[in-house]
Structure formats: structure tokens, C-alpha cells
Design a protein around this ligand. Sequence first.
Ligand SMILES: [Zn+2]
Length: 123
Amino acid sequence: MKAKPKPTYRLDRNIRWLTRRRDGLLKCLRVFGPVVSGSLVLIARTCGNSAHCRCSRGEKHVSTYLSYAVRGKTKMVYVPVDLEKEVRAWSAQYKALKELIGQLCELQRAIIRRHAQERGRRP
Ligand SMILES: [Zn+2]
């Protein structure tokens, strides 16, 4: 016997309830400012500028990069020190936005399910 996927929203919630909740989430969307996908990573490297540079003695230069994926491939972009705090905030906002969109999609699926259910009841 195949396991039936469990709906996240209770099926006794009617479309009105689901729609109200959906509209609440849509209002949350409006507060979003700049977003960027990816995470900040620290990369240590040697500069190769001089044999006298501290990095040649093992004290590598550490820089911050934004690591992100494009069609499954990881890419990096250098983040200047004075922009780090902002980029960190944009990245956090992106994660929150993604979470919100996930919730919205779940609600929309519940609305679709509920619609079919209510139609089935009164043909
Ligand atoms: Zn160096």
C-alpha cells in the first residue's frame, strides 16, 4: 500500500480561512528589502606577491566571499569588508523570503485541494 502524503494544513480549514492566512503572508512579503542568495564563506589564500609577505610564512590572507549556486554550479563573489554586514543581512533576508514563499506555496496547494474537495461535495 502506497503512503498518502500528509497534508500540512488541516482539511477542515475552509477556503476562506486559508485565503485569509494567505493574504496575511502576502502582506509580509511587502516588508522585504534587498535580498541575495548564497552564504558568506571565509577563504584563506596566499597572495604570491612576495616571499616576505606574512602569507608565505603560513599567515594566510582571509577574505570573505559570497558563495552561491547557478544551475547547480557553485560560484563566488568577493565581498569587500565594508559591505560584509549588509551582504550578511541580504543573505538572511533571502533565506527568510524563501521560507515565506515556501509557506505561501503550501497554502496555495491547500487551497487547490480544498477547492476540489468542496466541489466534490456539491457537484
Ligand atoms: Zn601575502
